[in-house]
Structure formats: C-alpha cells, structure tokens
Design a protein around this ligand. Structure first.
Ligand code: CTP
Length: 409
C-alpha cells in the first residue's frame, strides 16, 4: 500500500519516525512530507534512511524521485504538480497533527505540502493529533476536530497520559504508532473494493413549489447521502451524487448534479441509473406535491389558500421495476419508532436489495444530525450498525453493498 506520511512540527514528531519504520517493515511503500517547522524536531535524513526515498519539505523543491514511490522506477520527467504524491497515495496520514495543523486543515489552508496534500486528497486521510492537554480541550480545537470529522477525515483521538514535554500529563498524547498503522491499513485495504463501479447516490430533501417563493420541504440535510457518496468514491467507485437542496460541499472526485423538486430528482436519477451498477436512494422525497403551483407569490390578503395535493410517483419503485441483472438498489426507510418490520415491507414492496432503516423518533440521530444508528435489512437478514458518525455508518453501508454485489443479489 502507498502511504503518504505528513509530519508537522510537534515534539511527538519523533514517533512519526517509528510509524514510518513500522510501515516499511510491514511491506508498505512510504513517502514522507514534512512541514518546515517539523525539521526543527526531526531531520529529513531519518525518514529518508527508513523509507529509502527522498523527503520533501516545500512545494517549491523538485522531487529527486520524480513522483515515484519506493520500489518504482523514477519517472523520466519532474512532475509539474507538487501534488504528485497525494494523487497516487492509498492513504494519507498526518502525525503528529498539531493544534496548528488541525486549525489550518479545518480552514482549508494551502500554505505548505502537508496542508495542500490534505486539500487535494481523494484517498482516506488519517489525522493523529498530539498536543498539550489544554490545547486539545480548547473550544477552538474541539470545533476544528468536529469540522474535520464532518468532512470525512479520520481522527485518531489522542490518549491520556504523560505528554512529550517534560512533566506534562493529560489528554493529548499521540496514539501509539502501531495503532496508527493498524487504522491506516484498515482504511487502505478497503479503498479499492468498488474499483470502477458506477454508483449513483441521491441525497437531501426535495422541495415542491406552492408558488414562486414557497414550497413543501423536509428536514433532510443530505449528510447521510453525501457521506455514502464520499465513502464509495474513496473505495474506487465512479460516483454521481444527485443532491436536492443541500448546502454541503461536494466530496472530492464526485460528480454533483443539483436538483430541486421530486420531478427533477426523478429525471436526473432515471438518466444516471441507466449506466449505474448501484443506486443508493438516500434522498427524502416528497410524498405529495401541490397540483398547480402558482407563478409569482400568493397574496395573503386574498385569504387562506387551499392547497390541492397529488401523490408523487415512487422513483425507487419505478426504477427497481426496470432494473437489469446485476444492478443493486438500496432504499432508506425513516420510520417513527422501532419497526424493522415496516422497513422490511418496503424491501419487498419496492423490490429492493437493501433497506437502510433508521428510527427518527430518536431526535439525536437521523435528520440533520452528525450521527446515525441504522439497521441494514436485506433478503438474507438484518444487521444493526452501532451509533456512530454518518461517515462510519456510510462505511458500513458500503461494506454491505460490496457483499451484496459479490453474492450476486
Ligand atoms: N422514495 C422514492 N420516491 C418517492 C418517495 C420515496 O424514491 N416518491 C425513496 C426514498 O428515497 C427512500 C425510500 O423510497 O429511499 C423511502 O421510502 P418511503 O416509502 O417513502 O418511506 P419513508 O418516506 O421513509 O416513510 P413513509 O412510509 O412514512 O412514507
């Protein structure tokens, strides 16, 4: 596996040397990039000797290996892009992720190799923070970590214990290098199990116009669908994300189609489905819409208007009826109260391969929240995924998808 190791300037940088050593010993191909500040703690020579490859510490210096990884022949020309290494990395790990690094990554800075690589990464990025306990507990750091997690970075929370600076203790100690490597290997091993698979994901909530300014909508933020799209992309899929009214940033490497109403969602999904291997329908689609939306704005002085509604066709059911062999369809079922039975009914009624069921009566999960707890329902059985961030849940959904595809259903 190609592991790119980004080393910022913190006392725990010496442990990054051990991480590089363990990774090389385990047979991985490792390249190291350092921030200029980290050179004050550990010199390039240590990493270069261990990895057998040159170490870069500035986006303006040429790579003597011309973008090659250990074990590869150097290319014939110097890569133009200082992003040549991140482009082909299977996993990018930043250790020790200092408070300053977390802040820079959360704000999208691109002022050195470590931060530009994080911005351009399409592979999983693992952040292993290490810092003084007070800095870790500071609300600014707490918020930066939340932001980064929300954007799909994998944060390995620091441990309690003695800290690198003499006499200090608290939460802020870098996770042990062997534990970091284990996480990196887990993420890297999964990366390509959807290689080249065309995945369409719908996300967000549709809006059905009442007039030119008002609509009937729902509370879906799009987070779950965006997380599924991102997880699929990271594991090698070619992902089209059809998003209804979501303000979330499009995950890197994902093709975004923006829609508003259920009719627009239906049209875009039908088109994308033709070339799709997998459809994950995470969008919350309106069940009813106004029969005749009014142009302009309804004047309230004319009294309370009566809205005549009509049902919206079930997009998923319509596509399942047309699916060709090998296409896998996944629906979501948001049920008020614990009812896997009702969700299983949807699996059968809509002829799906899997239903992701969540209980929306628990206000702390599901709609608009960062976490979720779901049960995956297939024709073979049920699997409950523990309460976790939507990124982690998305990984579990992709695992199940990979299984469904390999079992041919
Ligand atoms: N769906 C769809 N087209 C619709 C409505 C829903 O494709 N017009 C999809 C959703 O994207 C989701 C699943 O069907 O994947 C949800 O099914 P639905 O029967 O609408 O269930 P809920 O909305 O969760 O609940 P309810 O039964 O209360 O409507």
């Amino acid at each position: 596996m190609r592991i790119l190791l980004g080393v910022p300037g913190g006392i725990a940088a010496y442990k990054a040397v051990e991480l590089a050593r363990l990774a090389v010993k385990a047979g991985h191909s490792v390249r190291v990039i350092q921030t200029p500040a980290s050179l004050r703690f550990v010199g390039r020579a240590s990493f270069a000797a261990i990895t057998g490859a040159p170490v870069l510490a500035s986006e303006f210096e040429d790579d003597p290996a011309k973008g090659a990884w250990p074990g590869e022949e150097p290319g014939s020309h110097t890569p133009i892009s200082h992003l040549a290494l991140i482009e082909r990395a299977d996993v990018y790990v930043v250790a020790p992720a200092t408070a300053n690094t977390l802040s820079r990554l959360a704000s999208g800075s691109a002022d050195d190799l470590v931060s530009t690589s994080a911005l351009a990464a399409t592979c999983p990025v693992v952040l292993a923070p290490a810092m003084n306990g007070l800095m870790w507990a500071n609300p600014a750091t707490v918020e930066n970590v939340l932001t980064l997690k929300d954007r799909g970075f994998h944060v390995l929370e620091p441990e309690e214990g003695p800290l690198a600076s003499h006499g200090e203790a608290g939460k802020g100690r870098l996770v042990e290098p062997d534990v970091i490597l284990h996480s990196v290997e887990m993420l890297g091993a999964q990366t390509r199990d959807l290689d080249g698979v065309a995945v369409v994901v719908t996300a967000g909530g549709t809006r059905e116009p009442i007039d030119g300014v008002r609509f009937i909508g729902n509370r879906s933020s799009g987070r779950m669908g965006f997380a599924v799209a991102e997880a699929a992309q990271q594991r090698g899929a070619l992902v089209t994300l059809i998003a209804a009214n979501s303000s979330l940033p499009c995950p890197l490497g994902v093709e975004l189609v923006e829609v508003g109403s259920a009719a627009q969602l239906a049209a875009a999904t039908e088109t994308a489905f033709q070339a799709a291997d997998v459809l994950v329908m995470a969008a919350a689609v309106a069940d009813f819409r106004p029969v005749a939306p009014v142009g302009g704005k309804i004047d309230k002085s004319a009294g309370v208007p009566s809205l005549q509604l009509e049902p919206v066709d079930d997009i998923l059911k319509g596509l399942a009826a047309k699916k060709s062999s090998g296409q896998v369809l996944v629906g979501f079922a948001a049920e008020h109260g614990p009812s896997t039975q009702r969700a299983r009914g949807k699996l059968e009624a809509k002829d799906l391969d899997m239903v992701v069921y969540n209980d929306i009566s628990d206000g702390t999960i599901g709609f608009d929240s960062l976490d979720n707890q779901v049960t995956l329902i297939t024709h073979k059985g049920e699997r409950q995924l523990a309460l976790a961030s939507k990124q982690v849940i998305a990984g579990g959904i992709i695992d199940a998808l990979v299984e469904l595809r390999s079992s041919g259903s």
